[in-house]
Design a protein around this ligand. Sequence first.
Ligand code: ATP
Ligand code: MG
Length: 727
Amino acid sequence: PKCRGRGYANFPEGELSLPEALGSDGVRVTMESALTARDRVGVQDFVLLENFTSEAAFIENLRRRFRENLIYTYIGPVLVSVNPYRDLQIYSRQHMERYRGVSFYEVPPHLFAVADTVYRALRTERRDQAVMISGESGAGKTEATKRLLQFYAETCPAPERGGAVRDRLLQSNPVLEAFGNAKTLRNDNSSRFGKYMDVQFDFKGAPVGGHILSYLLEKSRVVHQNHGERNFHVFYQLLEGGEEETLRRLGLERNPQSYLYLVKGQCAKVSSINDKSDWKVVRKALTVIDFTEDEVEDLLSIVASVLHLGNIHFAADEESNAQVTTENQLKYLTRLLSVEGSTLREALTHRKIIAKGEELLSPLNLEQAAYARDALAKAVYSRTFTWLVGKINRSLASKDAESPSWRSTTVLGLLDIYGFEVFQHNSFEQFCINYCNEKLQQLFIELTLKSEQEEYEAEGIAWEPVQYFNNKIICDLVEEKFKGIISILDEECLRPGEATDLTFLEKLEDTVKHHPHFLTHKLADQRTRKSLGRGEFRLLHYAGEVTYSVTGFLDKNNDLLFRNLKETMCSSKNPIMSQCFDRNELSDKKRPETVATQFKMSLLQLVEILQSKEPAYVRCIKPNDAKQPGRFDEVLIRHQVKYLGLMENLRVRRAGFAYRRKYEAFLQRYKSLCPETWPTWAGRPQDGVAVLVRHLGYKPEEYKMGRTKIFIRFPKTLFATEDALEV
Ligand code: ATP
Ligand code: MG
């Protein structure tokens, strides 16, 4: 057995489990040779895989580590995380302390190592940082984001003034989750929006403020849920946890079964969720983020009004025109939204058209009225969500923005955004989400290559260009002006009454027919045609093929709310509603931006924000669909390795040198292998390393000496050296 100092754990030694690998004194004793440990628990960094192009070897390494509850593995600086679906007790205050101030490679891979590395770079280099967390639904993105925030809230110094900001940063989460998360088939707490959060630090490294950007809330969930899924948490929380008095005021019954918007998924109760206690947390959090009692009331009125809206029924009169039959609901709605009852009734059953300067009211039939009602519910809810983000931002805004120290703040961004999605049935939403992933992938490749190149240059080592797939061609296909899919979609949305989802598809076929990443039934050859329906198009994404059904594309992209419903809401005396529905919207002649275009613009802005920062990556993987611990579903994981672009990532990282280490660290670890460097080397560490590797018989093609680091081309060189230690 060998006794080591604070283990340089990026080496392929066997970490047992984290607490063991890092004993209380930081010393670990291993009885096994490094080799057997390597066999058992895999390598801590995929760059050390001998067969780095083999997906099978990659997955085998993940599997070994997962079996040992080692959920984290690096690809160079990128952290790969596998959701353990069990509490591993690895996020305590002690764990935070262990990772503070130590170099990334001195300790086993961990989220906190990333957290600390990023924070130290922020402090010492004074450069803005961004941690991008990606992965499919249920992979653990939001959990990771929360752990990171917690790490900063607990370990960073408190600001001199406004210490409340730490609480606000933490407490914004339960509120956003209540309104933006829901139980889905994939995840009991699935984020139904994308989120980018900035945390601002002052020159002493204390958090002083924050800002949140949200992306594309899945608002269709307000009016419809698939079997086994729920509406947003807040509805159930309020019904379960709200006080008697509150519910009476809102005209609500406790039972979720009473509300049509809550019964579609047939699973109001979820064993892993305690709505009642969650509600308590949310209520408290609202106070922390500066909600007054009045504001809470206004907000709850809106939540309740959505439930009442869902219970509005219509019956057809003799002329087949819709009439509201649920007077009680209408009464509550009128009160909760503070609008005129007659106006609301009319708006729910008529459509106002302005023709030649004249206003015409045309009655709606049953189907149209239900459509209008649902559109209103979605608009009310999603605008309230946007308002909520704005409200949180006001509460997080640094109160010191005017002071001189403000100018020296640095920013650490956390991106928790939906991963690549491929379902049985893919629609407009998946199209947007996957476009978003293309953009982020492009940024990732650009930044990874750039940082590799920069390191080589900084170290004075010749850069050998890397061949890689540039997915710009797919981004262009989606976003290009005039010829891109979004442009064509928008164009069709400008022809109301004439255009349909299918005319959109035809136009697509005409415009992009020769694109290598685009296919439809008409364009496909005999062989591939079978798998494509007539109302579908297929994109060959960087992560694989996805077939989209065009049904609903126009409608979802237009996202229309009838004018008189808008007018009614603009007249609302509920202060939140009147902020959400601005009168200017009515007089604005310009057509509002379509959903896809808005999304595209917000993504361009996001990419710009991320580009200006130093990136760090956390790639989350979901091990099985059953949400269970200990199950490693290989097929599922292989898909994710592909979607996350991990093999490509590894290839880029391994293109030149597998491994690099500062001279001091390298010498410290291996000096015992050479009589000239043992026990101490008096000269420059670089010269010591030169002597050492010559003694070890490294061949010139196996390594290069940079300015501050040694670069080793193949893992086997390193393993041989590592094994020599054990002899
Ligand atoms: P979505 O895209 O649907 O929002 P997500 O990637 O944000 O998914 P999370 O909500 O973070 O997924 O994780 C899903 C669940 O998995 C969590 O509720 C938790 O039960 C479990 N989980 C995730 N990460 C961990 C972890 N590190 N340790 C223990 N359990 C975890
Ligand atoms: Mg999430």
